[in-house]
Design a protein around this ligand. Structure first.
Ligand SMILES: [Mg+2]
Length: 186
C-alpha cells in the first residue's frame, strides 16, 4: 500500500482553462486559446488587458462559477485514481482552495467520479504550507502543477511529480503529461 497525494486545480482538473473560457464569455472577448496555452505564468488576467488588481477581483467574482460548474477533469484522472483505490492504495487531496469551499469541493469531486474519504481531504492552506501536511501524511507520491509548491518539496522519501503546464516548464523534476502514465510509475 502506498500513499498518493494530489493537488486538485490544474493537476487533476482543467480549472485555469475553464476560468479562461468563462472570462472570455463574461467580458465579451475572444482571446485565442493559443495565447492561453503560451502563457508562462499562472495568472491569466494579462490576456484580457486587466491589471493585477482587476485580475484578482475577476478571479474572486468568478470563483463560484469556476469551481462549481462544468470544469472538466483531465483525461484518465478519475479512472487512474479509482484504480489506485482498487489496488489498495490511499488517495489524499491537498488543495489551497479556501476552507469555506472544502465541503462543496468534496461533493463536487464525488459528483465527477473521484474517490473520496473526508479524512483524506485537506484544504485552506497557503501554497507554501502544503509541505507541512505532505510531510505529516508521509506520502509516497505527490503531484502538483505549481512551481511555488513544488519548490518547497525536497524530502528524499517523497517522489514528487509536476503535472505538465506551460508555466512550469523550467522545473527539472519528473513530469506527468497524461494521467494514464501514472501506472507505469509504480
Ligand atoms: Mg494546482
Amino acid at each position: 500500500m502506498m500513499r498518493f497525494g494530489f493537488d486538485i486545480d490544474d493537476t487533476l482538473i482543467n480549472l485555469r482553462e475553464h476560468a479562461f473560457h468563462l472570462y472570455n464569455k463574461k467580458l465579451g472577448q475572444d482571446v485565442a486559446l493559443e495565447q492561453f496555452n503560451a502563457l508562462n505564468k499562472v495568472e491569466i488576467h494579462d490576456l484580457f488587458g486587466m491589471t493585477r488588481e482587476e485580475g484578482s477581483k475577476m478571479w474572486v467574482d468568478t470563483l463560484e462559477e469556476t469551481y462549481y460548474t462544468d470544469c472538466p477533469a483531465y483525461p484518465d484522472a478519475v479512472e487512474t485514481l479509482q484504480d489506485l483505490i482498487k489496488q489498495g492504495h490511499e488517495v489524499y487531496y491537498i488543495t489551497a482552495r479556501p476552507a469555506e469551499h472544502g465541503e462543496r469541493t468534496m461533493k463536487w469531486l464525488v459528483e465527477q467520479g473521484f474517490p473520496m474519504k473526508e479524512s483524506r481531504f485537506y484544504c485552506g492552506m497557503k501554497d507554501q504550507e502544503k509541505v507541512n501536511i505532505i510531510r505529516e501524511l508521509q506520502l509516497d507520491f505527490y503531484f502538483d502543477d505549481k512551481p511555488a509548491v513544488l519548490n518547497t518539496l525536497t524530502d528524499d522519501t517523497l517522489r514528487v511529480f509536476v503535472k505538465d503546464q506551460s508555466y512550469n516548464q523550467e522545473l527539472e523534476i519528473p513530469r506527468i503529461t497524461n494521467w494514464a502514465e501514472l501506472k507505469e510509475l509504480i
